[in-house]
Design a protein. Structure first.
Length: 278
């Protein structure tokens, strides 16, 4: 009566059930990935899903994954961020910008440094990060309820301790915040064989890699939320840095993790600092 045979009707029902089962498997895999990488977008999700799709013999392209996530309201929304933590109103000497047109050719050539804020129930806490410009690996971090020089020193000590390559010196690039420009800190960094470099203007693009990493941790790992305390914030940061370094894929790293690229030392394509920050 409907123009199809009984056999075709039941075949269509069976096909639909198989498709629903495959979609259920994919959605379960997505849920598992986003438990650790909460804000991972669809294109990176697809790369994470490749082994599972092959294991379950599921043929699904990236566009089909987009459609599936959209139907289940699982697409990631873009968010805006805005906050200043840099106090450049000081009389300290600022070093020249050594990375403006520099070709970044290997890991532990340039470390970028920045401070961002974390909201807690007791007020703002501050997170100091040291990131390798080549691999995007977070080399060191420190979190406290103040922005004293001791905090950025702790982050740099961790970063120096985590170095694995025998580079004689590392360029230390930062904004012109007084924590990075005061003699106490510059002398301390110099003793660790860091060569100081600072931005010359208030343009955040001069320290774009550091700004980008700040945003990733806050908007993909829950650090933009108001946290109960500094101690809990430290635990969350520690876990976030571990996942970020070892699991999060980067487009600028040809969809590899920072840890993988860092260990390879110089296997990525040569890029200037400006291009890497784009």
């Amino acid at each position: 009566m409907f123009g199809i045979s009984k056999q075709a009707y039941y075949k269509r029902i069976k096909t639909e059930k198989v498709r629903e089962k495959k979609h259920e498997i994919v959605l379960n895999e997505v849920t598992a990935i986003r438990k650790r990488l909460t804000q991972t977008g669809t294109r990176k999700l697809y790369e994470h899903l490749r082994p599972a799709l092959a294991f379950h013999q599921i043929k699904m392209g990236r566009d089909a994954l987009f459609d599936l996530l959209r139907f289940n309201q699982l697409l990631i929304r873009r968010t805006k961020r805005f906050h200043f933590t840099t106090d450049s109103n000081h009389m300290y000497y600022t070093s020249p910008n050594l990375v403006k047109n520099l070709e970044i050719t290997h890991a532990e050539q340039v470390f970028v440094n920045d401070i961002t804020y974390i909201k807690t129930d007791n007020g703002h806490a501050y997170l100091s990060l040291v990131t390798d410009a080549y691999s995007k690996k977070i080399m060191g971090w420190s979190l406290d309820d103040n922005m004293k020089v001791s905090m950025v020193k702790e982050a740099l000590i961790m970063a120096n301790r985590n170095r694995i390559h025998n580079t004689p010196t590392v360029i230390h690039h930062s904004d012109r915040g007084k924590q990075y420009c005061c003699p106490d800190y510059t002398e301390f960094a110099g003793n660790l064989n860091f060569v100081m470099s600072t931005t010359q203007n208030s343009d955040p693009y001069e320290n774009a890699i550091a700004e980008r990493i700040n945003g990733v941790l806050k908007y993909e790992f829950g650090l933009r939320k108001t946290l109960p305390s500094v101690d809990i914030a430290r635990k969350i940061v520690r876990q976030a840095v571990d996942i970020y370094n070892n699991e999060r894929l980067h487009w600028s790293l040809d969809l590899k993790t920072p840890q993988y690229v860092h260990e390879k030392y110089n296997k990525q394509k040569y890029k200037s600092y400006a291009r890497m920050a784009a």
